[in-house]
Ligand binder design. Structure first.
Ligand code: ATP
Ligand code: MG
Length: 296
């Protein structure tokens, strides 16, 4: 179990070609749901403790980015891994199609505004990566972005996308220098598993609200998305902003893996509760003396 959850293979921290077909969407081991749940439960408790220290120290921040095809379980993964965390120390932002105000700005604007403050864990459900994923699959969206001199989708060539990858790399390197640790999760699900989940959303009345007919249309672009994901991951993986390709056909597996990776990352940050210096210790002693001398 411990070994199964310890995956150097799913971490990509160097640039280079990435062929997603070579990454597993399912560990294929018969890890029982109970074992995975127990593992997640333990990791969650530890994450909660470490988050408190992160918050008390107030120097570092953790940014968790979740990307996936529709119905891969981003929302439930975030909910399961982060439940129990002090809500004051963590915030979740979901990024949908940009508003007109967002479109009037550079494409990183809304994401830069949503980065976590020092001491916080920020979770981005979709992210700036959509700009090299859905927008790459549908370059016609670029027309709505009012880019200078951009009048035809033909202009979205390899150099154009390389420019966007460069912007993303530089943005993330800047965040890292500012003390923000970045983890990027791609929940990697097979096309067959997506079909099952869509059917469930259609057949199960309590899940109907999660279904949108647009999801079926986007499924038609499956191969283009997989290619765009591979290219984005390969172009933006770095030691300070690694990608994790998390098998996601079994949702308990992906939750347990993400839980373990987040816990390990927080442990690696070697967080310490702040130690009071001499002046602070004097103030504590003063406060104590004052409380003890109060008349009943
Ligand atoms: P769920 O799994 O519950 O469906 P979701 O993240 O897919 O959650 P939706 O409201 O269904 O949420 O979809 C958000 C949509 O917004 C996605 O189709 C995504 O591709 C799109 N989107 C996000 N960022 C951008 C962007 N920068 N440009 C264009 N579309 C974007
Ligand atoms: Mg959706």
């Amino acid at each position: 179990m411990e070994d199964l959850l310890h995956f150097p293979r799913i971490r990509i921290d160097q640039r280079g070609p990435v062929d997603l077909d070579r990454y597993s969407t399912d560990l294929g081991d018969d890890l029982r749901k109970k074992e995975l749940k127990d593992s997640l439960e333990k990791d969650r408790e530890r994450i909660s403790e470490l988050q408190e220290t992160l918050h008390a120290q107030g120097h570092h921040a953790l940014l968790l980015i979740f990307q996936a095809m529709d119905a891969a379980g981003k929302d439930s993964c975030i909910r399961h891994v982060m439940s129990g965390i002090n809500p004051q120390g963590c915030h979740v932002r979901s990024f949908k199609a940009p508003s007109s105000e967002e479109l009037a700005h550079d494409f990183l604007w809304r994401h830069a505004k949503a980065t976590p403050a020092r001491g916080m864990i920020g979770i981005h459900n979709r992210s700036h990566y959509e700009e090299v994923l859905v927008v790459k699959v549908h370059p016609e969206y670029l027309i709505g972005q009012s880019l200078p001199g951009f009048t035809s989708v033909q202009q979205a060539d390899a150099a154009f996308w390389e420019g966007r990858y460069t912007s993303i790399r530089e943005f993330e390197a800047h965040l890292a220098r500012q003390g923000i640790t970045i983890m990027k999760f791609f929940l990697h699900m097979s096309k067959a598993a997506q079909k099952e989940r869509f059917l469930e959303r259609i057949d199960e009345p309590s899940k109907n609200w999660k279904f949108s007919s647009g999801d079926i249309r986007e499924r038609g672009y499956w191969d283009q998305y997989q290619k765009a994901y591979g290219e984005a991951i390969g172009a933006t993986a770095a030691p300070h902003a690694p990608w994790y390709i998390v098998p996601a056909d079994d949702q308990w597996e992906s939750r347990a893996i993400v839980g373990r990776l987040v816990r390990e990352q927080l442990e690696d940050m070697q967080l310490r509760m702040p130690e009071p210096d001499e002046a602070e210790r004097a103030k504590l002693a003063e406060g104590r003396a004052s409380l003890l001398s109060e008349m009943k």
